[in-house]
Design a protein around this ligand. Structure first.
Ligand code: CA
Length: 224
């Protein structure tokens, strides 16, 4: 479960945003002042921070600046003022997005989801699934510690599978996930890529790419 840290001194707003995140399936914690917020951000490495600009202790701008020196954690800034210089400043200091009060908490959750989707794969540098390790930075993968020679398309497909384990994916979804929809070959070509990918990563007792007849494919290392 992804963890959201909300640094906001207005308790009612903080609670409200927390509730919306929890309803959307995230875990969320709240800090009501800048100092505490910064300490929690460092200790608990949240997946995303919702950060108010005007805070007692250390203000949001300063927290953002300090965190940026240490990590790439996604930050969405909240501010009461929507003037242009404020917006620019917020993005300038490294916030990933900016929301002006008053806001709809559902919009905060939606923006957070978009930011998290954008940074996915850049935050987590390697993914290990059973005998398989995928390095998202180097665009490489290894099986039982031996590197596998993958084409760009095969790597993109493998990563898409790894990030959506145990989900049935249609060919269209795979094209969207792996190639951002920029793939105009016949969808049978996907089957060819997958067949080759299987040959590279499958071995006795480890066959994660499963065909789901009439639907698509599923990547799973759980017992069937
Ligand atoms: Ca405030």
């Amino acid at each position: 479960m992804q963890n959201i840290l909300i640094i906001e001194d207005e308790k009612r707003i903080a609670h409200w945003v927390k509730t919306y995140f929890e309803r959307a399936g995230y875990s969320a914690e709240v800090a009501h002042d800048g100092k505490v917020g910064l300490a929690i951000a460092r200790e608990s490495s949240p997946d995303l921070i919702v950060l108010d600009l005007m805070l007692p202790g250390i203000d949001g701008t300063e927290i953002c600046r300090r965190l940026r020196q240490e990590s790439d954690v996604p930050i969405i800034m909240l501010t009461a003022k929507g003037t242009q210089p404020d917006r620019l400043n917020g993005l300038d200091i490294g916030a990933d997005d900016y929301i002006v009060k008053p806001f709809d908490p559902e919009e905060v959750v939606a923006r957070a989801r978009a930011v998290l989707r954008r940074v996915k794969g850049t935050v987590q540098k390697s993914i290990t699934i059973g005998r398989l390790t995928i390095n998202t930075d180097a665009h490489s993968a290894s099986l039982n510690g031996h590197s596998i020679d993958l084409s760009q398309a095969q790597f993109a497909l493998l990563l898409a599978f790894a990030q959506h384990q145990n989900q049935v994916l249609t060919r269209d979804q795979l094209i969207e996930l792996a190639f951002n929809g920029r793939y105009d070959a016949f969808d049978r070509a996907i089957d060819t890529h997958i067949r080759r990918l299987r040959k590279l990563i499958h071995e006795d007792g480890f066959e994660p790419i499963q065909t789901v007849y009439g639907a698509g494919y599923k990547f799973s290392v759980e017992a069937k």
